[in-house]
Design a protein around this ligand. Sequence first.
Ligand code: FES
Length: 166
Amino acid sequence: MNSHAFVTSEKLALFYAQLEKNKKLPGPLMPTLHDAQHLFGHIPLEIQKIISKELNESIAKINGVVTFYGNFSVTPKGKHIISVCLGTACYVRGSQNIMEALQDELKIKQGETSKDGEITLCATRCIGACGLAPVFSIDEHIHGNSNVQKAKQTLKEMKEAIHETK
Ligand code: FES
């Protein structure tokens, strides 16, 4: 996906303003990365280069931090995140089938975002709800005791809700 769709000139201007404020902090890198993730939905290389120049940090260091922490991403994230748990308890109860069904329905692979920028599909490790296995979550909501049928139905309802709010 083209990252430029998410990096508009308005957002860039805002980002530069935040950068100036962050420069006054003792450790400006992490707040700046949080701002970038929040504003652009991800931290593409072009933004990493700006941060590198402005904060005088090596691009290798910035890239290392971005790829190390789960709350930063280098590829765009959708407005909604569906995470399918592929931890052991969920896996043995068929969460891989749920993942495959969602991939088919959304026509994307795990880790990717739907073309309209609405939904990102992720795999996650155990989220501590093994008693409800197999589980997947949509944003903050956990859907337990799931199966392919239920997951498809939930996705259908979710798409309808997205459509209605447009
Ligand atoms: S393995 Fe899925 S919640 Fe624990």
